[in-house]
Design a protein around this ligand. Structure first.
Ligand code: MG
Length: 348
């Protein structure tokens, strides 16, 4: 029989520390073949080296001791499968952690730049009574950090739309902020209560669609059927979703998108700021890009001017010029409704 090794000699041969060997003994992972009953000295058989080395490698892999014990109890092929299983778990967990790390890196670096103006904004707002309505109940506003359109309806519609935009203007002065989404949420709550107080239950109301600019981010507030369009790299996209009964019918497949503009109930809103009830505004954050051109408009524009024509007008000219031409096109088409256009360019 080959000579037994002391714990020191076995530690050197297995590249495990004596401390680790004592722990593995206690855990039943690697028991010495002999423990001196008098002084408690542990002795190992040279044949135990293979298992000791396997334990050392698995530790280097980061495998927990309980799982190492399982691997050590298995025969070669099943032990290999168990290690492959373990490694799949590690990779899945690493992927999840990497995603969390990416989120935190992004979140914290945004905070650093959130308070710095990332863009120079050139914007213009224009609102017009149109050719048919007796008064203009729309409100349009363009500031350095706020673009807003509100389309009032009912007897106090003009007051409602102006109160809603006024509430957002009081938030604009606080920008830029670190927590833009929280600020946008506050803003819409303020606008809602301003309109509720003003109307005190009377049958009037307003839409409210606005962009608040903070750092590189744009906070979107949207209630009703006014719209935001984005012209980026020559492509025009509508970034809001109309809160109308007809749009819900399109979403549900009851009518087609082509049938919507001619539908008799096309003006019926499913969401608005009114004298009663809690609206469910749409809030979102978007990243601005230098070169972006935004259009915020009331239905008085898109109700009579098609998207291709809107794109063509937005393709060139300064914001004030584009807004003027869009309003003129709505009036050329009969001007059946009040029309509001806010056009804004983001430059680096
Ligand atoms: Mg309108």
């Amino acid at each position: 029989m080959r000579e037994l090794l002391t714990i020191g000699a076995f530690a050197r041969a297995s590249r495990l520390t004596p401390k680790a060997l004592r722990l593995y003994d206690e855990l039943g992972l690697l028991r010495p073949v002999e423990v001196d009953p008098v002084n408690g000295y542990r002795r190992y058989h040279p044949d135990q080296l293979e298992r000791a080395r396997l334990v050392a490698w698995l530790r280097r892999l980061g495998m927990p001791l309980a799982r190492i014990r399982t691997v050590c109890e298995l025969s070669g092929e099943r032990a290999a499968a168990e290690i492959a299983d373990y490694w799949r778990d590690v990779e899945a967990e690493t992927t999840a952690r990497r995603e969390l790390a990416d989120f935190l890196i992004d979140h914290l670096s945004r905070k650093d730049t959130a308070m710095i103006d990332a863009f120079t904004v050139t914007a213009a707002a224009l609102t017009d009574r149109g050719l048919v309505r007796p008064a203009n109940q729309d409100t349009a506003y363009a500031g350095a950090r706020l673009l807003a359109v509100a389309d009032g309806f009912g007897g106090l519609g003009a007051d409602a739309s102006s109160a809603a935009v006024e509430a957002l203007r009081s938030v604009e002065s606080a920008l830029p902020v670190v927590d833009l989404l929280g600020t946008v949420e506050d803003a819409v709550v303020r606008a809602g209560s301003a309109v509720r107080e003003l109307l005190a239950g009377q049958e009037s109301g307003t839409t409210l669609t606005a962009l608040l600019l903070s750092g590189r981010q744009l906070g979107l507030v949207h209630v009703g059927d006014s719209r935001v369009y984005l012209l980026r790299d020559g492509n025009l996209s509508q970034i809001t979703h109309d809160h109308t009964v007809v749009q819900s019918m399109v979403d549900e497949g009851t009518i087609t998108a082509e049938e919507a503009p001619a539908h008799p109930q096309r003006a019926l809103l499913s969401q608005a700021l009114t004298g009663s009830g809690e609206p469910e505004p749409e809030l979102a954050l978007r990243d601005g890009v230098a070169g972006d051109r935004y259009l915020v408009c009331s239905d008085g524009l898109y109700g009579v001017v098609g998207e291709d024509a809107i794109r063509a007008v937005l393709a060139d000219g300064a914001p004030a010029d584009a807004a003027r031409r869009l309003v003129a096109m709505a009036n050329d088409a009969g001007g059946p409704d009040n029309v509001s256009c806010v056009v804004a360019d983001l430059a680096a």
